[in-house]
Design a protein around this ligand. Structure first.
Ligand SMILES: [Zn+2]
Length: 177
């Protein structure tokens, strides 16, 4: 197993592990995977939690570990969450945003700044003539809205702003010496 092929396979697996609160959006597309290090058959993955206090962290950790260990050349996968960087909704990939929309969840606004008014486009008809029905949706990260144009209720993901200047550009991959 070559090093690069191994990294590709780990990334491919991470695309199949979904956030339990946002089915169909992978941990990779959510921008949660910050670092992947490999040392032959041992993989170390550093992730950042999406929403602070997200109760699904243990579950995600276990799912990532189990999925990566399915690769026959992987002996062990260690996953840990780092609180060094803050996750923001800007880390969600365009593929992740498309997946949210397909499931009727309006993706969070881009480059949102704290305190700004938050306008939400309807994921069905793209109209911005929408109104907030309930800021507290089925999970802490979602709100329920109503589209006044196509008359559909829908959910929207709340924007999360990072207070650090860190800009996520995808997972960093490295090989341990
Ligand atoms: Zn609509």
């Amino acid at each position: 197993m070559g090093y690069e092929q191994g990294q590709e396979e780990v990334l491919a697996v991470l695309k199949t592990v979904d956030d339990p609160e946002l089915p169909s959006v992978s941990v990779l597309d959510l921008g949660m995977v910050h670092k992947i290090s490999t040392d032959k058959g041992r993989i170390f993955i550093t992730m950042v939690p999406t929403f602070a206090g997200c109760p699904a962290l243990d579950f995600i950790e276990l799912n990532v570990k189990k999925a990566v260990e399915q690769l026959n050349w992987v002996e062990e996968c260690e996953v840990h969450f780092s609180f060094q960087h803050q996750w923001s909704t800007d880390a969600i990939t365009s593929r992740g945003k498309e997946q949210l929309k397909k499931h009727g969840i309006s993706p969070p606004p881009e480059n949102y700044r704290h305190g700004e008014a938050w306008t939400v486009d309807c994921p069905f008809c793209e109209s911005d003539y929408t109104s907030m029905e309930n800021v507290f949706g089925p999970t802490a990260c979602r709100s329920i809205l109503y589209c006044n144009s196509c008359k559909n209720p829908f959910e929207a993901m709340k924007p999360v702003v990072s207070y650090t200047n860190f800009i996520y550009k995808g997972p960093e991959v490295s090989e341990e010496p």
